[in-house]
Design a binder for this molecule. Sequence first.
Ligand SMILES: [Zn+2]
Length: 119
Amino acid sequence: MAEETNTAVATANGGAEAARSETSRAEGPRGARGPRPGGPGGREGGRKYFRRKKVCKFCVEKIESINYKDVRLLAQFVAESGKIVPRRLTGVCTPHQRRLSTAIKQARNIALLPFAGRA
Ligand SMILES: [Zn+2]
């Protein structure tokens, strides 16, 4: 818009400027990237250990409500450190894990299970 009024100045001054900038742009590093190393379809990173499908113990044994007094049962899902074993390790389904964790916490409060184990 404003360039149209002083075209003469623009060509005299900015002409060389524009040309220089254009050459420098051409010289600059462009997107000359080669093909990505290790694209899809590489070597198959097979699993070392084949784990069999884990099933929820409570679903299998049809245990609907998990009793906090059942220490034998709860202790299976408490690690030696006193922690509740995560679902991904035990295979317990989400609704049962929720009840299980509640039961474990109740059992802890009446000292049936440890808050923290040895070590
Ligand atoms: Zn379940």
